[in-house]
Write a protein that binds this ligand. Structure first.
Ligand code: CP
Length: 329
């Protein structure tokens, strides 16, 4: 699918904190800028010189596989210098505050910070206090904007357009930053959005965001073009939100049997990590409807696009990205 040339007069500003406050045009700018970066990862030499000389810190206060590694690959493929800091093994364990950690990094003359934090709002708090670009890699229950964007790109790849597409987000919406970024992002670009899950795992007043609510996966499957299946975030649950994992799977699990009864083909997304046999059947996760690994591949292109745009890159130049070492004049 060929998309229009990105607009050169748009920018993202200093930071990427969430999708709630981005315009549809800014979201499309990121998706369109990611398109030429997809090809960089298919080359024998997976590198372009766009961020040569920039220093980026990946500051992760929570566990991560996909997001942290994907950011690191994106940074390295753009030729930036990268440093990874995890809470475990750093002075964060000795009680150093987020701002003190960041100010010490600033003193070492960094350019960007990618931050994952268990507290909602931590990236914004940081962005208001340091001059470096700040990118939210997931904050508490609030937002996970790069995941939302890679989900949008994956849907657009497979369906050609996001406008009018019917996307149902299934499962633990209450604790999900992925759900919030998807809802805000998808509605802005003209998709129809629904949620499906037990009442105890839906935020009160979710309908006010402009989403449909389905109580049963069968109804969601009949309505949707895309299901985005979420992990049950047991680590964030302090009360008995569900009777048991077995009961949850029986009533809400996205199973092959439920898809077999669906009237049409569906795309199945999952942000990972998956709990197979809890929210999703292995046959579905690995089956023909699944685009779960395509999402992971797209994560690198989306993160390259965001890093590149925040560093002041022109979307038109991204279209002409050339291998490292080539003269870009
Ligand atoms: N999707 C996602 O955020 O996965 P990780 O927690 O492994 O980064």
């Amino acid at each position: 699918m060929i998309h229009g040339a990105p607009r050169a007069d748009l920018s993202l500003g200093k930071d990427l904190l969430g999708l709630e406050h981005l315009s549809a045009q800014q979201i499309e700018l990121i998706l369109d800028t990611a398109e030429p970066f997809k090809e960089v990862s298919e080359r024998a030499i997976k590198k372009v010189p766009a961020l040569h000389g920039k220093t980026i810190v990946n500051l992760f206060y929570e566990a991560s596989t996909r997001t942290r590694i994907s950011f690191e690959f994106a940074e390295k493929r753009l030729s930036a210098d990268t440093v990874n800091i995890a809470a475990s093994g750093s002075s964060i364990e000795k009680g150093e505050s987020l701002v003190d950690t960041a100010r010490n990094l600033e003193a070492m003359r960094i350019d960007m910070v990618v931050v994952r934090h268990p507290a909602s709002g931590a990236p914004k708090f940081l962005a208001e206090r340091i001059p470096s670009n700040v990118i939210n890699a997931g904050d508490g229950w609030h937002e996970h904007p790069t995941q939302g964007l890679l989900d949008l790109l994956s849907i657009r790849d497979k369906r050609g357009t996001l406008a009018g597409c019917k996307v149902c987000i299934c499962g633990d919406i209450l604790h999900s930053r992925v759900a919030r970024s998807n809802i805000w992002g998808l509605l802005k670009v003209g998709a129809e959005v629904a949620v499906c899950g037990p009442r105890s795992l839906l935020p009160l007043g979710i309908e006010e965001l402009g989403v449909h609510v389905f109580r049963r996966p069968e109804e969601a499957i009949e309505w949707a073009d895309v299901l985005n299946v979420l992990r049950l975030q047991l680590e964030r649950m302090v009360a008995g939100y569900i009777p048991s994992l077995g009961e949850y799977y029986r009533v809400y699990g996205i199973t092959q049997q439920r898809l077999d009864r669906a009237p049409k083909d569906l795309l199945i997304l999952h942000p990972g990590p998956m709990n197979r046999g809890v929210e999703i059947d292995s046959k579905v996760a690995d089956g023909p409807h699944s685009v779960i690994l395509h999402q992971v591949t797209n994560g690198i292109a989306i993160r390259m696009a965001i890093l590149y745009l925040l560093a002041g890159g022109s979307p038109r130049s991204a279209q002409a990205a050339r291998p490292a070492g080539e003269d870009r004049a």
